[in-house]
Design a protein around this ligand. Structure first.
Ligand SMILES: Nc1ncnc2c1ncn2[C@@H]1O[C@H](COP(=O)(O)OP(=O)(O)O)[C@@H](O)[C@H]1O
Ligand SMILES: Cc1ncsc1CCOP(=O)(O)O
Ligand SMILES: [Mg+2]
Length: 269
């Protein structure tokens, strides 16, 4: 199954560059620019559109929607809800990034409303996923305080109860749809040192879901593998977080299918 998943991921990698999917991103102020550049480098077409006056209309014309709760305010939340409802009505996939959802009462209320709108995929760090499944996490703000392994059961139970694909990212990523599960190795320890790296990955999960509408699990595995391979390559030339940021965007831009497939480290469980 691992071989099949690597092959499917590589095929989706090639489809991405051939189709340039439009991805509607409602994301935070910190991540907006980097996430857009990551999507462009990976072969997708980002559009950061958040106001409720147009977010519903835009979600229906995009290939996928991503919703990231990093920097919340009431008007933005209205736009998120309108967009998610519209994506559902248009049968478009949408990806939720529950940034620090556990940190305040306001965030807990907002994430509960968004979960009721049935995201296709949830992508978060280990602390966010543990907390989302009702567990006690060691998360501090937006940063994870838990290892991915400790979030695997939480991810499985969330995937099963919410009928959603759950991606837990960290040193070795974990993806499950409640039935199938994989681990994905690669990337670099520099990646969590760069703010919005996870937010950018959520946007890329949306891009892959846009080109693989009925294969959210495989699309998520492909997106995380894309990051893992490009991150490993960028680490070879970076000498710190700042140079990694640019090396990573270049790595995504210059990656070819043969290198992608050769460096994919997907383990089916
Ligand atoms: N220690 C690590 N080694 C390799 N890759 C990592 C490490 N920590 C995080 N990553 C990668 O960094 C990206 C962002 O993940 P993460 O930092 O978990 O998200 P967030 O920024 O939302 O907390 C993912 O591609 C993940 O695989
Ligand atoms: C620092 C910060 N504050 C609100 S959102 C954000 C960025 C979080 O990005 P990521 O979850 O990718 O680390
Ligand atoms: Mg995050």
């Amino acid at each position: 199954m691992t071989t099949d998943l690597s092959k499917t991921a590589t095929d989706l990698f090639e489809t991405m560059r051939a189709t340039n999917p439009l991805v509607h991103c409602i994301t935070n102020f910190v991540a907006m620019n980097y996430a857009a550049n990551v999507l462009l480098a990976a072969g997708a077409s980002p559009a950061m559109v958040h106001t409720p006056e147009e977010s519903g209309e835009f979600a229906a014309i995009a290939g996928a929607l991503t919703v990231n709760i990093g920097t919340l305010s009431p008007h933005w939340v209205e736009g998120m809800i309108a967009a998610a409802k519209s994506a559902n009505d248009a049968s478009k996939p949408w990806v939720l990034d529950p940034v620090a959802h556990f940190a305040t009462g306001y965030r807990r209320d907002v994430i509960a409303k968004l979960l009721e709108l049935n995201p296709t995929v949830i992508r978060g760090n280990a602390s966010e996923i543990i907390a989302l499944a009702g567990g006690q996490s060691a998360g501090q703000g937006v940063d994870s305080g838990d290892p991915v392994e400790q979030a695997e059961e939480a991810a499985r139970s969330l995937a099963t109860s919410q009928k959603v694909v759950v991606a837990v990212t960290g040193e070795v990523d974990f993806v499950t749809d409640g039935t199938r599960s994989v681990r994905i190795a690669g990337g670099s320890p520099l990646m969590p040192k760069i703010t919005a790296m996870g937010c950018a990955l959520t946007a890329l999960v949306g891009a892959y879901c846009a080109i693989a509408r009925d294969q959210a699990f495989e699309a998520t595995v492909a997106a995380l593998t894309n990051f893992a391979v490009a991150g490993g390559i960028a680490a070879n030339s970076a000498n710190g977080p700042a140079s990694f940021m640019t090396a990573f965007v270049d790595g995504l831009h210059n990656l070819d299918a043969a290198t992608f497939h050769q460096n994919a480290r997907i383990e089916a469980l």
